[in-house]
Design a protein around this ligand. Structure first.
Ligand code: GTP
Ligand code: MG
Length: 239
């Protein structure tokens, strides 16, 4: 699994296609070293039926508020947030995908390419959105997303307590059977904002712990450096 790093001249709109993987040995000038190893980027996609609240959840995490008004997402919207984990600043790049088939079909390949983690969302007040999770999971599996890519399940709109259709124990059973953590939350309720944050933070922590690219053996010669990439498993995480 490769992790993107910012400072390598790729905007979110460049998508994973434009984001070349790091090779095992990279030569950079000293001046570009600072920017190239500054920030790792984790690509997290948010998937689920239209209207379940994907845009609102990603907005809550990256912007800290609930959007007054949303429209159906067309293609994908990118939102980013820099988070600090164990002293390392990591950029969480959230791909807010479209739930409507007609707005997503040309983009699906891009969603799954080089994805680092997947957030499946359903609406706790709409049983159909929960039942459809199976289809979303099949789509994800159909795009050869590795089993090592962490996945979580999110039941949104818990503030609508009188309208809940999906019981927690049913959701928990489903999550367990797919080896996912379950978060029940609300993008709308400000008291739930920490819970929304923890969806993405738990993934970022897992990704950081799972595999870490380390740069070692920095050789400085005539203002140039050689970086050697290593992969290491880490277990420490503050989350
Ligand atoms: N009560 C309540 N409403 C919510 C919550 N989250 C989202 N909504 C509302 O649900 C509707 C759909 O939200 P979006 O975030 O646009 O849904 P989406 O999943 O992004 O939809 P697509 O872009 O079409 O896939 C909007 O009217 C939101 O205001 C929530 O936590 N509670
Ligand atoms: Mg949306």
């Amino acid at each position: 699994m490769d992790f993107y790093r910012s400072g390598r001249s790729r905007a979110p709109s460049g998508s994973s296609d434009a984001a070349p993987s790091l090779t095992s040995s990279v030569e950079l000038s000293t001046s570009s070293l600072d920017t190239s190893i500054q920030t790792r980027i984790f690509k997290i996609i948010v998937i689920g039926d239209s209207n379940v609240g994907k845009t609102c959840l990603t907005f809550r995490f990256t912007g800290g508020s609930f959007p007054e008004k949303t429209e159906a997402t067309i293609g994908v919207d990118f939102r980013e947030k820099a988070v600090e984990i164990e002293g390392e600043t990591i950029k969480v790049q959230v791909w807010d995908t479209a739930g409507q088939e007609r707005f997503r079909k040309s983009m699906v390949e891009h969603y799954y390419r080089n994805v680092h983690a997947v957030v499946f969302v359903y609406d706790v007040t709409k049983m159909a959105s929960f039942r459809n999770l199976q289809t979303w999971i099949e789509e994800c599996n159909g795009h050869r997303v590795s089993a090592s890519v962490p996945r979580v399940l999110v039941g949104n709109k818990c503030d609508l307590v009188d309208q809940i259709q999906v019981p927690s124990n049913m959701a928990l059973k489903f999550a367990d059977s797919h080896n996912m953590l379950l978060f029940e939350t609300s993008a709308k309720d400000p008291k739930e904002s920490q819970n929304v944050d923890s969806i993405f933070m738990s993934l970022a922590c897992r990704l950081k712990a799972q595999r870490s690219l380390l740069y070692r053996d920095v050789e400085r010669e005539d203002g140039r450096v050689r970086l050697t990439q290593e992969t290491e498993t880490k277990t420490m995480c503050p989350c």
